[in-house]
Design a protein around this ligand. Structure first.
Ligand SMILES: Nc1ncnc2c1ncn2[C@@H]1O[C@H](COP(=O)(O)OP(=O)(O)OP(=O)(O)O)[C@@H](O)[C@H]1O
Ligand SMILES: [Mg+2]
Length: 524
């Protein structure tokens, strides 16, 4: 059981039929031609009025697909959805919203160039009349106030942080006042403070009698916020239980089966060789204001430096400048002693830099390409994948097969599966495999385990420690302090574009790092 206080379990209704808002009965889903088996195989569970119902399962278990079916995005192949005891058919997401079911997606789905209110208005039925924007803005303000979801209706979405965009997604759905709200890994983009705020909002909505379906990989969150839990495994329901009646261990067994627990092992760094030197680095942010204000640090071969800090304090800009995606306006970036400041990303890749980006689907992969193409996306010009300009498909296939197997990614056919259809966690595994198989000089990893199930997280951490042992320097940007502490040799904290601390992990305390992240303290 989690040690944290359980704030759930107050509002779940009794067992009577009228308390059941939403019921899935025998829901099946197949994607003809892609998989020879059912993606969802007779899913059964129900959501009561007044409860937060967690949906758990490893990467690729089918959580996103069932949520998409329950909100009208996908059709079902077999089975029935009941709303308040009546069978319903959902023809589209709009139909789902009209009948009282709304979903907040795993990936943000907003139009970046439009304002918050315009994005909300996009989802409204136009009919014969148009929606006056000021009415939408007013209602957005009311909702924001009611649920304490701070957001300015006139702000452009592209200027908002991931956490703010997440709030906009939530408001967009709340606008339709749904009875059932499905949230697919809503906390993966949030800081821990933002996640706590979201949980308070979810409890409040449950107290109003709504049914909340909450999808996550984070076990503590399940114990903090949910009343009941349904576990999915390979498209089948493994049963529903009350959160207060189960434990972390029991859930892990249900999700992963009886597998050996994985352990982390590490040895001290010995190399003195400098892989990365950052000297007085300056850069502008998206709005043209200074985002990096003279940052300096070194990273040795075989060392992991964790960059902690609340998002929006210069982390993205630092990563972009190092990987050649943003210009430095001052200072230098040296790789293995060679000045690489403002070189192209191709030159930087050739110098041995790998990058696990924050925006996986946009920057990390080309979604319309098949899996094998994405795996060799960066290396297809090199031997053994091509010779005299001709691709060696046999080599590409065996290489892809191997890395897919190593990370346990679930992919039906390497040359026919568009990467778009993979589950969030499986896309992440592909990027990890592609970026690490060549043992890079420097790996820049942003939230590398976001969206991965617990087993895949430990696999990834072990992979990082192996790379480190083999001499790769790793710059780890993560808001997950547990991850930063588990992996890093040293921890640096960014606050408002400056490095406010650089500490040996062995001598660091979480509270101290937390204070630095909040800008409360500065160490030289
Ligand atoms: N449009 C589609 N066509 C074919 N297969 C699909 C499609 N959408 C999803 N799948 C497959 O269905 C399976 C379940 O995927 P789903 O996205 O529901 O997993 P998930 O439980 O949400 O995993 P994660 O935790 O990684 O997000 C995956 O193997 C995925 O590749
Ligand atoms: Mg998913």
């Amino acid at each position: 059981m989690s040690e944290r206080e359980n704030i759930g379990n107050q509002a779940a209704g009794g067992d009577s039929a009228q308390d059941i808002l939403l019921r899935c009965k025998g829901i099946c889903k197949g994607f003809p031609g892609v998989w020879e088996y059912l993606i969802l195989d007779h899913i059964d569970f129900e959501v009561r009025a007044g409860e937060v119902h967690a949906l758990l399962g490893e990467n690729g278990a089918g959580k996103t697909v069932i949520a998409n079916i329950l909100s009208g995005f996908y059709s079902l192949s077999e089975g029935q959805i009941y709303l308040r005891g009546k069978p319903v058919t959902l023809r589209s997401p709009r139909d789902g919203l009209a009948q009282g079911i709304g979903m907040v997606h795993q990936e943000l789905m907003l139009v970046p160039t439009l304002t918050v209110a315009e994005n909300v208005a996009l989802g409204l039925k136009a009919g014969n009349f148009t929606f006056p924007l000021h009415r939408v803005e007013r209602r957005v303000r009311e909702l924001a106030e009611k649920y304490r979801l701070q957001v300015n209706p006139r702000a452009r979405v592209k200027d908002l942080s991931a956490g703010e965009q997440q709030r906009v997604e939530l408001i967009k759905v709340l606008y339709h006042d749904p009875q059932v709200l499905l949230l697919d890994e809503p906390t993966s983009l949030l800081t821990s403070g933002e996640a706590q705020q979201l949980f308070a909002v979810l409890r409040e909505m449950a107290a109003e009698g709504k049914g909340i379906v909450f999808i996550t990989h984070k076990m503590e969150e399940v114990f903090q916020v949910s009343d009941r839990i349904t576990v999915l495994k390979l498209g089948k329901t493994m049963g529903t239980q009350a959160t207060s009646q189960t434990s972390r261990e029991a859930l892990s067994r249900l999700i992963f089966g009886e597998q050996e627990p994985l352990q982390l092992e590490r040895e001290p760094v010995s190399s003195e060789q400098l892989s990365l030197q950052v000297k007085g680095l300056q850069a502008l942010g998206p709005e043209g204001t200074p985002a990096l204000k003279g940052i300096s640090f070194d990273l040795r071969a075989g060392e992991i430096l964790g960059i902690a800090g609340v998002a929006g304090n210069g982390q993205s800009e630092l990563v972009e400048v190092i990987t050649g995606l943003r210009r430095a306006t001052g200072g230098q970036v040296l790789l293995g002693g060679v000045d690489m400041t403002n070189r192209t990303s191709r030159k930087i890749i050739e110098a041995g830099v790998a990058h696990i980006p924050e925006k996986r689907r946009e920057v990390g992969v080309v979604e319309a390409m098949v899996v094998a193409e994405n795996v060799v996306l960066k290396d297809y010009r090199l031997s053994p994948f091509s010779r005299h300009g001709v691709l060696n498909l046999g080599q590409i296939t065996s290489h892809t097969r191997q890395i897919v197997r190593e990370l346990g990614a679930l992919v039906p056919d390497l040359w026919h599966t568009e990467t778009r259809i993979l589950s969030g966690g499986n896309i992440q595994r592909l990027i990890l495999a592609r970026e690490t198989w060549q043992r890079p000089r420097l790996l820049v990893a942003v939230h590398p385990t976001e969206g991965l199930d617990e087993r895949a997280i430990t696999l990834t951490w072990n992979l990082f420690l192996t790379l480190r042992q083999e001499g790769t320097a790793i710059l780890l940007v993560s808001e997950d302090l547990e991850e930063v502490f588990a992996l890093s040799d040293r921890i640096a904290v960014l606050f408002e574009g400056q490095l406010v601390g650089l500490i040996e992990t062995a001598a660091a305390h979480k509270e101290e790092i937390g204070l630095l992240m909040a800008g409360a303290k500065q160490i030289d």
